[in-house]
Design a protein around this ligand. Sequence first.
Ligand code: F6P
Length: 580
Amino acid sequence: MSGYGRSHGAHLHTGNRKKTISFNVNFKYSTNMTEINQTTEWAALQSHWTEMEPLQMRDLFTENPERSEQMSIRQCGILLDYSKNRVTQKTLNLLLGLANAADVDGWRRRMFSGERLNNTENRAVLHVALRNRSNRPIWFDGEDIMPGVNAVLEKMASFSDSVRLGEWQGHTGKRITDVVNIGIGGSNLGPLMACEALKHYQDPALRLHFVSNVDASHLVETVKPLNPETTLFIVASKTFTTQETLTNAITARNWLLETLSDEAAVAKHFVAVSTNSEKVAEFGIDTDNMFEFWDWVGGRYSLWSAIGLPITIAIGMPAFYEMLQGAHEMDEHFLHADLSENMPVIMALLGIWYVDFAQAKTHAVLPYDQYLRFLPDYLQQADMESNGKRVTRFGRPVEYATGPVVWGTAGTDGQHAYYQLIHQGTQMIPCDFLIPVNSHNETDDHHKKLFANCLAQTEALMKGKTRKEARQEMEAAGLEADKIVDLLPHKIFPGNRPSNTLLIDQITPSRLGSLIALYEHKIFVQGVIWRVNSFDQWGVELGKQLAGVILEELMDKGKSNPHDASTKGLINYFHRHRKR
Ligand code: F6P
């Protein structure tokens, strides 16, 4: 068995059915385990960086004409060219040694076989089951979870078809024209990003909107142009306890009832996506109109589940299935390909190389595609909530850097904003440049210009401009000698700035699925090597708790909870300056 199918580690056969043994696989591996930064593989990489630091990539290209070919992987309609990185074959071998020392191979199989990798919440991590288009059984807690997954997909298909065909009607018998997803974090960013990415496939007569922020302006401005009679709300929350989402959902319900004045209208205008049917019912949404998912789906890995309902309404179920298929193909590649030819593994290792050995602090994601404009926001949560950790899965403080700050925007806007710092600033910022080979809008020469800009940036970052080149350029432009001397330091580009280039055949549902799965697995591999739990997010809790405490004081002026002087002063200022 490799991957899918019956897990040997965590299950026992008892008669016809299997039973889960409740040992915690993650803690089991903790005893006597050498910290990753104490391994010989780590030490070798540290000393290798000192060899690599002075090398110029432009020289590596000159020395090896095959470099780009050797350092490229094509998979699922995506070409990854990673030759513009500060690596040699030796670097890659050492990084692969580190991956072996961290048992990446074992961990990828553990994930696919349903082990409880999320040890602090005692949960499995099975988003791959949601797109298991092979339909091979995936066992969890003694049951094949695929029939449940398929049943929800069928329910999503029938619901999204009925909305798209106008069969699902509002309370007054009108067809739905606007769908508003109310959710936050993983219950917002995935569907928002995917709906935008696949806008080309949408029927403009059915519009999708996303409300996440508890700032009322988000909801108010979104519903302002909408007609309650033709608006459908999807309340998406894994826990159905998230303050922002419930506050927005209540306000949305009030907005609806202001016009429709009949509680019965809620059933026709509100559906829910959640793991918590009790809370959904408590809110007043008929649980027949609830789409379930499971606690083995992490919030930031949930767009493949019923959280993807807005995507199915936007592009139709067949296209959503294509997206799942694309992700499944990337899963198969990740699970089976040798680590040295494995796209997510290579991207993960390059990231680790820069963060832990070259001290890079951030990582830029730069999609040269307007449709992918929300990809950086989506990846911020996927990456930073997963690997923004300061202790290992065993609870020991890490003694090395983990997740970088992930950021970026769609090209070419960034070129006219922050690229200056990437080219000539004092920090090294590894970048991912992403661009489709074929645009959905081949209007005039736009796409060739976009493509030229994208490649030009990768080339400029890698090559830079030497003193000699800068001087020659100014001489050719006829500048006076003293002017050249003054300008020279400013015109030199150090170059040697690393980037990956990802060329995607076209942004189709299937290729988008592959692309997202690629990043998910990259993040997973990094988490495995850093030995953190990439599937919990305790760090977001403290702020939530304190917001509750402060809210009490904002609601009731007489209430006073203990705070530091700054927080206290700011609360008082708020009360003094409120207009009402
Ligand atoms: O911000 C923390 C978090 O728990 C995310 O992980 C999650 O995606 C988001 O809140 C929303 O949670 P829910 O879907 O339960 O409303």
